[in-house]
Design a protein around this ligand. Structure first.
Ligand SMILES: C[S@@+](CC[C@H](N)C(=O)[O-])C[C@H]1O[C@@H](n2cnc3c(N)ncnc32)[C@H](O)[C@@H]1O
Length: 229
């Protein structure tokens, strides 16, 4: 049987320089979630991933070069973070950036984020970030978009009641897609009351690299915050 394709898009780009290779060699084995805990049986206890229990747990999906995740880690040392990024250049940049600062409260996967989501026990996360996910513009590729009913089922399962799903994008069509999918899902409530709530970054917002670059239009950025009922 053909193996299931789990990640669309690039997994590697330009060759890595030595400092990135060295960060990967030292930190990936230390911080990667062990394969046996990624068995997608919805039974992995989140505490079992960390050396010490954390006050709360958040998951960043597709963290790119990890600037947002690294900034969160520095800001909230009592929070346990999970991060997934299949692109080796992004993963190595993230690991290099946290090499010389405290990093025992993050655990990572260089693969499809849904392997983590499908493995975690019920109601263990305080929040999930999906920031600037790949837009997959062509209609025939829409099914590749990470926000869909099947994946939202898993996010709803692993979030605690009141847990947050925070999404952003500057692609209008994807913004509409993500709102429609999440509004349609029975487990999620949109917290926005007025347009400003989704057009302006929430207080304390950390810009991702993608957003920092101004990409195609920072003016089109939307910030979508949903709460698990
Ligand atoms: C447009 S980039 C945004 C990166 C970052 N969040 C930012 O805002 O700068 C989308 C990222 O999602 C990652 N990605 C794509 N499919 C993924 C999957 N199934 N699981 C985890 N990450 C994924 C890509 O490798 C890429 O780094």
């Amino acid at each position: 049987m053909k193996p299931q394709k789990r990640v669309y898009g690039r997994r590697a780009g330009r060759p890595l320089n030595t400092s990135r290779v060295s960060a990967l060699d030292t930190l990936l084995p230390q911080l990667a979630i062990p394969a046996e805990l990624l068995n997608e049986k919805a039974e992995t206890r989140i505490e079992s991933l960390f050396n010490t229990p954390a006050a709360s747990y958040w998951f960043e999906i597709g963290f790119g070069n990890g600037e947002h995740l690294a900034a969160l880690m520095a800001r909230n040392p009592d929070t346990g973070y999970l991060g997934a990024e299949p692109f080796i250049n992004g993963m190595s940049a993230f690991l290099k950036s946290i090499h010389d600062v405290p990093h025992d409260h993050v655990r990572i996967l260089m693969d499809d984020a849904m392997m983590i989501a499908n493995s975690l026990e019920d109601r263990c996360l305080d929040g999930i970030y999906v920031l600037n996910p790949d837009p997959w513009h062509k209609k025939r590729h829409h099914k590749r978009r990470i926000i869909n009913q099947k994946n939202l089922d898993q996010f709803a399962r692993i979030l605690k009641p009141g847990g947050q799903l925070i999404m952003s994008t500057d692609v209008p069509d994807l913004a509409e897609w993500m709102v429609t999918e999440a509004v349609q899902h029975p487990a999620f409530d949109w917290t926005a009351q007025k347009a400003d709530d989704w057009r302006t970054p929430p207080p304390g917002w950390i810009k991702t690299r993608y957003e920092e670059k101004g990409a195609r239009g920072a003016d089109k950025m939307v910030y979508l915050i949903f709460e698990k009922a």
